[in-house]
Design a protein around this ligand. Structure first.
Ligand SMILES: [Zn+2]
Length: 401
């Protein structure tokens, strides 16, 4: 069990007015123990902006969809991606544990995030931004140039929420930030914060919970830039490269995300084509959906494929193609391998039947020169091995499969 220092106060948690607008609870940012001397920690960002989560079983489907909506807001703002947890070791465990609170950034393992005001979209966004690694705006290292904190007016259990932290100030001090407290949050009487001269216009404005400020948008965009994936199919091989129609073989493909950003919601398709250009019109032999592939990571795909009954004998192509949104470089999204289905058609000019028309066929034709009923060197089948057969060899020169 992780030792946790709980900072702040949970106010009014026993009331039943969970969704009432006049029962907004101030957020309480929590820290792991031990914090540094000033009670602050530096938040860890989530690698590739990928934030797995699950819900406490008590969270209703309505509140789950409200959370999902706030996640969408953040995903539309920065390069973060909230995904339902499968086996990831670090993830948000979202529930109603009393109050609105979160830890800052990824702390490792299962980390709780609590929502009380589920109907307040931007309170949920506020907590999600904590989980993404943001601290409170009024705790910035430069806050004393903008506000005076009136500790005498702050509830004793809440004082730590006004400690200056050591996090990075990405943009100018932002009174409009969703991460700023209001002047009455945690108050036991008077105003908890007073704007410095020149900023008095913000006195009644700070603490808004109605929108992301331009500073919020810029900050999370710096913390989590939008980076593109680039999926590349590096390798594609079949267990057997000679099959009859209706037969099965194994397929192994190796795909890698060579881009900078995580690839999400990928589809891998295996198609059978008469030529080496793989299109959606080609016969689908199999497909698989993948949740994500992190930047720089390989994906190995094993599948069994069956050549459809009735496929004509001849040379075919099996293509492995990966589709993912945001991958602007499509030229490397497919790899093709040849497969021989059934018997190869004998090819005109291949006098010795080795699959290639070359000098060996010329020599075989010369040695059989003259009347030659039904012999292999009689390429045009007229009963005579002669100049006409030699011309067929020359026009079919090369690989004739
Ligand atoms: Zn907060």
């Amino acid at each position: 069990m992780r030792a946790v220092l709980i900072i702040g106060v949970i106010m009014g948690a026993s009331t039943a007015m969970a969704d009432s607008h006049d029962d907004i609870q101030p957020c309480e940012l929590r820290f792991l123990e031990p914090p540094d001397e000033r009670g602050a920690v530096v938040a860890n960002l989530w690698p590739s902006g990928l934030i797995p989560y699950d819900f406490d079983s008590a969270v209703s489907s309505l509140n789950r969809s409200r959370m999902r909506s706030a996640m969408n807001t953040m995903e539309n703002t920065a390069g973060v991606h909230f995904i339902e947890r499968t086996s990831e070791s670090s993830f948000l465990h979202i529930g109603a544990y009393g109050g609105n609170w979160s830890y800052a950034g990824q702390i490792g393992g299962s980390q709780d995030l609590s929502i009380y005001n589920w109907s307040e979209h931007y309170i949920i966004c506020h907590e999600l931004m904590h989980a993404m690694g943001r601290f409170h705006q009024h705790s910035r290292t430069d806050r004393s140039s903008y506000i005076t904190v009136n500790f005498d007016n702050i509830d004793s259990d809440c004082q730590s929420q006004y400690n200056i932290n050591s996090s990075i100030n990405y943009v100018e001090y932002d009174f409009d930030s969703l991460m700023h407290y209001g002047q009455w949050d945690c108050s036991i009487g008077g105003q908890t914060m007073t704007c410095k001269p020149g900023y008095e216009g913000w006195q009644n404005q700070m603490g808004q919970r109605s929108h992301l400020s331009s500073g919020d948008i810029e900050t999370v965009s710096i913390m989590y830039p939008e980076l593109d994936p680039d999926m590349r199919v590096m390798y594609n091989s079949l267990g057997s490269d000679e099959l009859d129609s209706g037969e099965q073989t194994s397929l192994l493909s190796v795909t890698k995300n060579i881009g900078e950003g995580v690839a999400l919601d990928l589809d891998i398709e295996i198609r059978l084509s008469a030529d080496d250009a793989i299109t959606d019109a080609d016969t689908l032999l199999g497909s698989e959906s993948i949740g994500y592939v992190l930047a720089g990571v390989f994906y190995y795909h094993n599948a069994d494929i069956t050549i459809p009954p009735g496929t004509a004998d001849g040379m075919w192509y099996v293509g492995v193609k990966v589709a993912v949104e945001g991958d602007d470089n499509q030229s490397n999204n497919v790899a093709v391998t040849e497969i021989q289905v059934g018997e190869l058609q004998p090819c005109a000019g291949d006098a010795n039947g080795d699959g290639t028309v070359d000098v060996d066929d010329v020599l075989a034709t010369i040695s059989a020169w003259g009347d030659c009923q039904g012999c292999d060197e009689d390429s045009d089948g007229d009963g005579i091995v002669g100049v006409d057969d030699m011309l067929m060899i020359l026009s079919a020169w090369g690989d004739c499969r």
